[in-house]
Ligand binder design. Structure first.
Ligand code: PEP
Length: 240
């Protein structure tokens, strides 16, 4: 059975002094879940030796070349990253990343030996229009490359209206989308039933247990509450 994953996303937060938070997290041994923190690229190389998985938040589609300011998946792997988030809604919005770009980045990450956390999710307008599952279908079809396997890919369902807002879907709404994603992956990939499917969007210590009890939720992608060990630890504990 796939191990559960508590994944943090620090976004554009964190200086070297803040890595003490990871040292504190690393002391929380004994939980039978995988813990991952996706850091700004500037901090990844400073984490060697910490008994905690480290990921990045984006990578380029190319292995190297004339792409000023960009970072390739191989470079991230070289400094110790094991995972990379692709298709986060903030990148889809801020950098106009399409499903095709997300799929290309995910392929590049797999080629470099990284595990991708591919983010999908609907806007509030789409939810209220009743098109959530259509949006999910289009993003799964367009963003998840054919080379995805249960070993190299985790899906994160992140309703955009729940990210950083304190709003969380009902457990019935999460259950419906996660069951749908599980069914679609099972239909498309030989090992599709084994893909991890994270929920993301305003997960906190006080709502984590209810979310983790939903079928086909194998963990969480956590933004704000992953920045401080004191906030992230209860979420890890709820998953264990
Ligand atoms: C995220 O950035 O992926 C996220 C889920 O953020 P938050 O937990 O702050 O809503």
């Amino acid at each position: 059975m796939r191990r559960k994953l508590a994944a943090g996303n620090w976004k554009m937060n964190g200086l070297r002094a803040d890595l003490t938070q990871l040292a504190t997290l690393a002391e929380q041994r004994g939980y039978d879940v995988d813990v991952l923190i996706c850091l700004p690229a500037t901090l990844i190389g400073s984490c060697a030796g910490l008994p905690i998985a480290i990921g990045a938040q984006d990578c380029h589609t190319a292995t190297h070349g004339a792409h000023t300011g960009d970072i390739s998946a191989a470079m991230l792997a070289d400094v110790g990253a094991t995972h990379v988030i692709t298709g986060h809604s903030e990148r889809r919005t801020d950098h106009h990343e399409t499903d095709a770009i997300v799929a290309a980045k995910s392929r590049a990450a797999h080629d470099a030996g990284l595990i991708t956390i591919i983010c999908i999710g609907e806007t509030l307008v789409q939810r209220e229009a009743g098109t959530t599952l259509d949006v999910i279908d289009a993003q799964l079809a367009g963003s998840v490359p054919d080379c995805a396997t249960a070993d190299n890919t985790v899906i994160a369902y992140e309703p955009i209206w729940a990210i950083g807002t304190g709003k969380v879907p009902t457990t019935d709404q999460i259950a419906q989308v996660h069951a749908h994603i599980h069914a679609r992956l099972t239909a498309r990939f030989a090992d599709g039933a084994g893909f991890g499917i994270l929920y993301g969007g305003s997960v906190k210590g006080d709502n984590a247990a209810a979310i983790f009890a939903v079928p086909h939720v194998t963990g969480a992608l956590v933004g704000g509450a992953s920045l401080k060990a004191v906030d992230f630890t209860p979420i890890i504990a709820a998953l264990a």
